[in-house]
Design a protein around this ligand. Sequence first.
Ligand SMILES: [Zn+2]
Length: 133
Amino acid sequence: MKYFSIKELCRSATANELGIDNTPTDRAVENMTRLIKVVLDPLREAYGQPITVNSGYRSPALNKAVGGVKSSQHLTGEAADITVGSKEGNKWLFEYIKNNLPYDQLIDEYDYSWVHVSLDADMCNRGEIIHTR
Ligand SMILES: [Zn+2]
């Protein structure tokens, strides 16, 4: 892992504010490690500038607090919400992942406000693309 850390993917302002424990399970650490090595680090290398992780791992309590769906891949450490702070930049990330990297789900969230990307724990990746508006 070159650019991203497990700690970074577990960081949550909401968890801090509400005093929610967001310590990952061993399985979630394994999944985040895979996500970093296979998707996030290569993406960061290609982009050449910092990428912010808004949300990575979410404990059940944190997922509930942020209104995440029950089947969210954030619960298993398989997903990350990323942004570079501009829609143009986020569109670049989206297109780069789509064309160059494996992914289970790739979501353009609200016209590239951020990008959600996940990698299946067993690498049975669906390659599903979603645009939310
Ligand atoms: Zn997400």
